[in-house]
Design a protein around this ligand. Sequence first.
Ligand SMILES: NC(=O)c1ccc[n+]([C@@H]2O[C@H](COP(=O)([O-])OP(=O)(O)OC[C@H]3O[C@@H](n4cnc5c(N)ncnc54)[C@H](OP(=O)(O)O)[C@@H]3O)[C@@H](O)[C@H]2O)c1
Length: 287
Amino acid sequence: MNILITGSRGQLGSQLMAMKWPGNTLYGYDLDMDITDRGAVQKTFEKVKPQAVIHCAAYTDVDGCEKHPKMCYAVNTRGTYNLVREAKAYHADFLLISTDYVFDGKKNAPYTEQDPPHPLSVYGDSKYQAEQVLEDYLDHYYLVRTTGIYSRFGKNFVDTIIKAAQKNSQLDIVNDQVCTPTYSLDLARCVHALMDSQKYGVYHATNAGQCTWYDFACRIFELLDFAVQLNPIASHRLGRQAQRPAYSVLENRNLEKNNICHMRSWKEALGDFLLHDYPPLNHGQNQ
Ligand SMILES: NC(=O)c1ccc[n+]([C@@H]2O[C@H](COP(=O)([O-])OP(=O)(O)OC[C@H]3O[C@@H](n4cnc5c(N)ncnc54)[C@H](OP(=O)(O)O)[C@@H]3O)[C@@H](O)[C@H]2O)c1
């Protein structure tokens, strides 16, 4: 099967490209197929003739989306539409990666796939509208919502705070947003299992358990045995443009029910990542 992966130089796209896909040929595209350009998308489909599309490309700068909403909707919603239109013409399976930010965080219990979205931010709304494009145009699709991806590729919370701790003896970390950080490798394995399953539908796919970003940071430095003072703060102190859900834990109900894959706890996944996937630290810089 020819599989077209968008956002192939991003965190999840890179992880998917790095995996083995026996019996399949992967075609990774990033900004070399600008998904906002319908002609470029058409040409790529003509060349690749995909039987499946894994759509990871997105404008993921959540605060940037508030400042540049036109660009955000062009990439996240219209870009998805351009891909969906071609996928439909080619009868290709379609998997969209979406986000916990489609929810408003007022539930205070893990969100299931049946809960109605109510995004708080431009980014969340652009992704929710992308979800609706799938529902409107495709009969068979996988809609996969995840949270807080980290990986050895690209920009993410783990890498950012480790680098910050190498330059500062104290860090302020948000302690009033609860979610579940998710290791790209576990998510990629789950995407692989879903594509094999042909059990189409809406899925939540995150590591198990929940924590605040502060809890997560404490665990990172504990595992690294790295001394830094972490100060728990309220998110409003950061003065960020986009409102984020205070609680966006997702329950992987459909993954479990359909026996697709079981996601391990965030603590176990983080330990594995830091031990096997993250480059060794130069502890000297912390002394
Ligand atoms: N990261 C998270 O914590 C998180 C949480 C929940 C859901 N998600 C969703 O999961 C998916 C993968 O996330 P990720 O962290 O892997 O994202 P990422 O690292 O930001 O990768 C996205 C990729 O898409 C590319 N891209 C941006 N605009 C494009 C365009 N017009 N045409 C083609 N490619 C374009 C980006 O290029 P540039 O970097 O050069 O712009 C980047 O390489 C996204 O759909 C995101 O919405 C992410």
